[in-house]
Design a protein around this ligand. Structure first.
Ligand code: FE2
Ligand code: FE2
Length: 295
């Protein structure tokens, strides 16, 4: 993919906003502050064939190389959190240094996506920890700045160590994954038992799991579910892997679905004013986080 947003455009295409809902992006009139029309639901679906084929290539790599052993190796490498120390806002600015091929005139920066997500959660009157979750949910993408390839940072996540769900996008590419032929990992339950709890499931490596470990001592459990599973589309959109849910997961997982609405559908051409919003968000960050965290 030329840039990380292609995966997210693809998600909007796969999961267009239901037409029965009120479209929040259209309620402020027909035009944004630049005089351009607000994005319609159709516009979210409208991306070119070139993007589609590069997303396909992306999933080919992701599905081939996200083996159980690869994930364990990345967990050992990163989950001791010894890469660096940074505050939350500092991490947002660091993520924004990600130089990719996106068009700065039309594509939102990473910081703008985070602020748009947070602002739309705030506009709906949700609790401050929910707003804060919107603000930070993609900070794990700094893995790209630590040398990780895109297929090990973004993309749908899924359990490793057991059979892949057929509804996972580009399922056939899993046939190239060595685990496809593994005597245990290829079985329905794999190394897990029923109702073992999501906490015990090893997910494919990416920005969700990494950020969860960075922030897990500082946010309510609902927020941690949202952060840890927001790319687990097979579960939160396709209802797969329910056999592994325990009572706690049944209770908290709906928060992941609630969060996904904001992650996918808050994107608009109306760019947030970063400097204007910064004081509000810095004080929100201070309520929950120490000045620096281990990453
Ligand atoms: Fe994300
Ligand atoms: Fe996001």
């Amino acid at each position: 993919m030329k840039h990380l947003d292609e995966w997210e455009s693809d998600l909007q295409s796969r999961y267009p906003k239901p037409t029965s809902n009120t479209d929040k992006l259209e309620v402020n009139g027909d035009r944004n502050c630049n005089g351009e029309p607000h994005k319609t639901r159709e516009a979210f679906r409208d991306y070119d064939a070139e993007a589609r084929s590069s997303v396909k290539d992306f999933y080919r790599l992701n599905h081939q190389f996200q083996t159980y052993d690869f994930v364990q190796q990345k967990r050992n490498q990163y989950l001791s959190l010894t890469q660096r120390r940074m505050g939350i806002w500092e991490a947002m600015e660091y993520l924004n240094t990600l130089v990719d091929d996106s068009d700065p005139d039309t594509d939102l920066s990473q910081i703008e996506h985070l602020l748009q997500t947070a602002e739309s959660i705030r506009a709906d009157g949700h609790p401050d920890w929910f707003v804060l979750t919107g603000l930070i949910h993609d900070l794990g993408k700094i893995l790209c700045l630590m040398g990780e390839p895109q297929w090990a940072v973004v993309g749908d996540t899924f359990p490793v160590g057991c059979q892949y769900a057929k509804s996972i996008v580009y399922y056939d590419f899993f046939k190239q994954n060595p685990d496809w032929h593994h005597p245990v990992y290829s079985t329905e339950r794999g190394i897990y038992r029923e109702r073992i709890g999501l906490d015990q499931i090893i997910m494919s490596w990416g920005h969700d799991e990494y950020l969860y470990h960075v922030v897990k001592n500082h946010l309510p459990i609902e927020a941690l579910y949202m952060i840890r599973y927001h790319s687990f589309y097979a579960a939160h959109r396709e209802n797969e892997y329910r056999r592994f849910f325990n009572a706690k997961d049944e209770h908290y997982f709906p928060w992941v679905q609630r969060f996904n609405e904001y992650d996918l559908y808050s994107k608009s051409d109306q760019r947030p004013n970063v400097e204007e919003l910064k004081p509000y968000y810095e004080s929100l960050i201070q309520q929950y986080f120490p000045s620096t965290l281990a990453w």
